[in-house]
Design a protein around this ligand. Structure first.
Ligand SMILES: [Zn+2]
Length: 356
């Protein structure tokens, strides 16, 4: 399979919602649009078919004054999973998760790995100004940006979207990790796809970056950035019957649990009640496979409570997502201003000592 590369917008493409793009595009498609500054900005939308804020932002942006005026900077747009978008799904049953198939991914190489590898090589040769990959998530989350290296230009890129920035190095095979090898790369999480403020925010952000002359090579000031890293993924044990209402047989979460997203929870914060006396209904695991459950949670007197200061992200109250993916991620703050904490190593690009 080859990526489709176009040097123009197909007719009427900007009139199509994400669910109709499959009638106009065959599959993942790159579209080159010229602008006054030749070094292009790369923007990726719809890697996940039901995460529509990115496409909505781009089509509104390109239908705005830029239908008349030239773009301030060239744009390379990647439109990802149009087949899944037609069904309003993240991916289809016969597809892998596109955002796990970029260079650096673990495991077996499929035709999709080859396709995203070719796209990567194509864009690398264009020496892009920056790379922006736009997503949505489920549950109540603030908008935030994510980076894969602690490095000034990508933190500047991230902090222009949100004060809240997450640093992650796993899972492998994501687009921002691959493109981060050759340009500042950021992932945007624009809240729920159904809410228009995610689209508004992404559109204003992309417009702002298109209009930038350069990205500052200085670290953002600590007051402009709250940087967190993921320490664990939390799942519910498979044999546990759980839910967010009183019907759940074993484990009953607080019904509005997603309100805790991005709140720093003090030790002792109650997350759920256990009904049938299961000792360990939750599992917290670091990305290198260590079991952090008893470090993070206490299970006593029919309660599940936290044991140390933690901040959850992407907590969802959708039971099917909890089953398929996870309950949430647990984050810890990285200080950029306090000596010894979040300290940069010699090349200024990694934080190995704080990795999970
Ligand atoms: Zn996504």
């Amino acid at each position: 399979m080859k990526p489709v590369i176009l040097d123009h917008l197909p007719d009427a493409l900007l009139d199509q919602p994400a669910s109709e793009l499959h009638r106009h595009l065959d599959g993942p498609t790159l579209i080159h649009l010229p602008g006054r500054r030749p070094q292009p900005l790369f923007v990726s939308v719809l890697q996940h078919g039901n995460e529509t804020s990115g496409w909505e932002a781009i089509r509104r942006l390109l239908k705005s004054r830029y239908q008349r005026d030239p773009l301030p900077r060239s744009l390379v747009l990647m439109i990802g999973n149009v087949r899944a978008a037609a069904r309003g799904q993240r991916r289809l049953a016969d597809q892998p998760d596109f955002n796990r198939c970029w260079p650096g991914a673990h495991g077996q190489r499929t035709i999709w790995h080859q396709l995203f590898g070719e796209i990567t090589e194509h864009v690398r040769r264009l020496k892009p100004f920056a790379s922006i990959d736009v997503h949505n998530n489920t549950g109540q989350n603030p908008h935030y940006a994510a980076v894969n290296r602690i490095e000034p230009q990508r933190l500047q890129l991230a902090a222009r979207f949100s004060r809240t920035v997450i640093y992650f190095t796993e899972p492998l095979g994501v687009q921002s990790l691959a493109f981060g090898e050759f340009c500042p790369a950021v992932t945007l999480e624009c809240g729920l796809a159904a809410e228009t403020d995610g689209t508004d925010h992404a559109m204003a952000y992309v417009d702002g970056i298109l209009n930038l002359d350069e990205l500052s090579a200085r670290m953002p000031a600590p007051e402009h950035l709250e940087l967190y890293h993921m320490i664990a993924t939390v799942t519910v044990r498979e044999d546990i019957d759980f839910g967010f209402s009183a019907q759940a047989a074993d484990l009953r979460f607080q019904p509005d649990l997603d309100r805790l997203n991005f709140r720093e929870m003090p030790p002792g914060t109650r997350l759920a009640r256990t009904v049938n006396g299961h000792g360990l209904p939750l599992i917290a695991r670091s990305h290198d496979g260590r079991d952090l459950t008893s470090d993070c949670f206490a299970f006593a007197d029919g309660q599940v409570v936290t044991r140390r200061p933690l901040m959850p992200a992407m907590l969802t109250t959708d039971e099917s997502i909890v089953r398929q993916d996870c309950l949430c991620y647990l984050m810890e703050r990285i200080g950029l201003d306090r000596p010894g904490e979040g300290r940069l190593d010699d090349d200024g690009s990694e934080l190995p000592e704080t990795l999970p």
